[in-house]
Design a protein around this ligand. Sequence first.
Ligand SMILES: Nc1ncnc2c1ncn2[C@@H]1O[C@H](COP(=O)(O)OP(=O)(O)OP(=O)(O)O)[C@@H](O)[C@H]1O
Ligand SMILES: O=P(O)(O)OC[C@H]1O[C@](O)(CO)[C@@H](O)[C@@H]1O
Ligand SMILES: [Mg+2]
Length: 801
Amino acid sequence: MKIAILTSGGDSAGMNAVVRSVVRSGILKGCEMWVVREGYEGLVRGNTQAAEEQAELVNAAAEAEVLNDAANAQKESKQAQPLLPGRKPDENLIHNLRFGDGDLLKDGTSEYVGGRTLKGRYIVRVGWDDVRGWYSQGGTLIGTARSATFRTHEGRLAAAHNLIKEGIDAIVVCGGDGSLTGADVFRSEWPDLIQELHNQGIISDAQVQKHSHLRICGLVGSIDNDMSLTDLTIGAPTALQRICEAIDNINSTAYSHSRAFVVEVMGRDCGWLAVLAGVAGGADFIFIPERPPKANPWEDELCAEIKKHRSIGKRKTIVIVAEGAHDAELNPIRAEYIKEVLTDRLGLDTRVTTLGHTQRGGPPCAMDRILPTLQGVEAVEAILEAKPGTPSYMIGIQENKIIRVPLMEAVEKTRDVARAVKAKDFAKALAARGSEFVEYFEAFSAVASLFDESTQIAPELRMRIGIVHMGAPAGGMNAATRALARYCIRQGHVPIAIHNGFRGLLDDNVDELSWLGVDAWSARGGSELGTNRSLPSIDIGTVASQFQKYGLDSLVIIGGFEGFHALLQLEEGRKHYPAFHIPMVHLPATISNNVPMTEYSLGSDTSLNALTGATLVYTPEDPITLDMLRRDVRFLKTRYAYDVKGRREGRIIIRNEASSNVYSTSVLTKMFQEEGGNLFDARSASLGHTLQGGVPSPLDRARAVRLSLQCMAFIETHHKILLDQGQKRSADPETAAVITIQSSSLEWVPVQVMHQHADMVNRRGKEVWWAGVKELTENLGAKPQFLGIRKEEMKSSSLGI
Ligand SMILES: Nc1ncnc2c1ncn2[C@@H]1O[C@H](COP(=O)(O)OP(=O)(O)OP(=O)(O)O)[C@@H](O)[C@H]1O
Ligand SMILES: O=P(O)(O)OC[C@H]1O[C@](O)(CO)[C@@H](O)[C@@H]1O
Ligand SMILES: [Mg+2]
């Protein structure tokens, strides 16, 4: 099958990772892969020369060159042994290794007039190495456009003709809501388009027959995160990262001068970036298109909130406005006007910062490399499985699960938002964005707006809530604590900080958190409360009496495996100590992401930003063996031998610190140096504790807030149930639980249940959910294919892959 991929609409970080993943997984499935330059515009323009013939010629030359280079490299290698003992690399892969145009796209020389060029060719065949290293590049190397012509019937007719001319059977479209709407229109019109081309005598009977059904799949690439039925669009996390970096910077200058800043962020019709930036960056007020302020005039609501913040001593004010924000009458709300309001009515020294296109450019963050990689694989599978009767799919993500949803349904649901906004039905518009969006929007209010009598719950329901950090620091711990403290104060609870873990509790290192005191915590790395690995078992009796002394009605533990272990000990301690008969929760936070049963812990996103993209990965779950190393050396030699002669290619090998006691990083480095001979050299770098510190990523900060509020809801519910039991209360095991993300949902797991799934010796879960991701990484690095390992052998444990 011939599959083409295009990127369309505004560019977004991660689009190149999509192209790489789709191209490579297509090749692995035996497909011929093509890219369309300049989005739909390229489809409309097509090729002015017979690309198929040209591609075949180029391919034959490239293949000969590849084999020649490999043979030369083998000769030059100081190793006497043959490069490919026993097995040969996959023939399909060698055939599809490179067509040479990848460099033109990567170097920006596609339209070069003095040499090899892609001028006049918009639909281009590509191979494995043509997309090498693309996942870390910003923007889209194959180009994108907003094509007015494709909106016309004539444009789409030309696009259909060009696809048929090149013999393309399927297209993958990566773009935003507009692009996928276009894809849906194209899909629905396809039978009429080919009929029309046939009636005009432009295509033959055979072509009508062969192309009667267009296979199409959508991937959502847009910084706006405005597509329904997916939690995230590719590029939105990176844009959020840019915004939060800017807000973190603005915060310090605003604080210094006691100023107000109005920050305008992108989002033509969608407030996701503004909401998440508000949650993760710690803003005071936000304006979004889906839900304008309720007050009329809205200026009163803004001023009342900011005035409250200033009245308790807040020195800085951050207001975030989405570019598409408007009031309840749909009149635009502009940053400059907000500045005037803050200046004139509150006397604040106010500045405006418009972030503009800095939000859209630059290299993708870890999530925008991982998500497109996984989704690209899924898109190719969806294309290969498509039948005339099945719907065209859009690939999305729900929590941690890559999902397929009917493209038509996603487009329709997205239109619902626009329709609801137009009808000024803002409750409906907000709801139509999906439950996660609503949750974040509500989380913003819960954490940003200052308490007053009206927000507080009945006195008898109010609690003293202990918050403790456990284990190593992880990004998001402080953001979680800030959210917990602020929510508590808003409800009338008292947030009690336990400093330096359970040891600190024994030492009376305990105090109350204040609303303003935690203001700057979101962006701080490490642990503001202080943390260590001491478990309650150091002195469980005294821990219980300290619970009583400080009148704790509930406890939130934020930490990694130790956090879970501590909660387990406290739950077991309930047999002896009434003080532990309170709701107790664990919010996983660890860069190792080793808490059983959850696919996500706070901090893992932050640390992945320091660490993505590898050719080989060694983990403790699949410990290093000599056979494994022999195979990997063979793979690297073969892979380097097939590189373009004289070109330098770096490859990254990641080794987990616990993947072997014997084959250390230094042993591995020396071994690769020795074995690399003339083909490659090796060096090592140990990231160590840099992964634990640093500024927490916006996704970790935002999730910290969301999960903290879920913890509070859990605690409030169970506290009420326990209160109703009166004096002789006895907490069920379910009231000591861990909040987890499992596939597509948030799940509370009682700590005793989690214990059954835990490997207490190796400090991890018995099952690892990401085993498939490791295999996929190695596949997209072509390890098995270069080793000549067949698909059915890959699962075999004897091969250890
Ligand atoms: N209704 C439609 N019919 C045909 N083509 C469309 C339609 N809507 C959009 N397109 C095509 O998709 C292109 C991109 O759409 P748009 O400019 O809305 O960006 P987008 O895909 O939503 O991305 P982003 O909003 O992230 O920039 C348009 O220029 C047009 O070529
Ligand atoms: O770069 P352009 O074409 O001016 O488009 C800007 C628009 O694109 C987006 O970045 C993505 O849709 C919007 O947020 C913004 O309104
Ligand atoms: Mg859009």
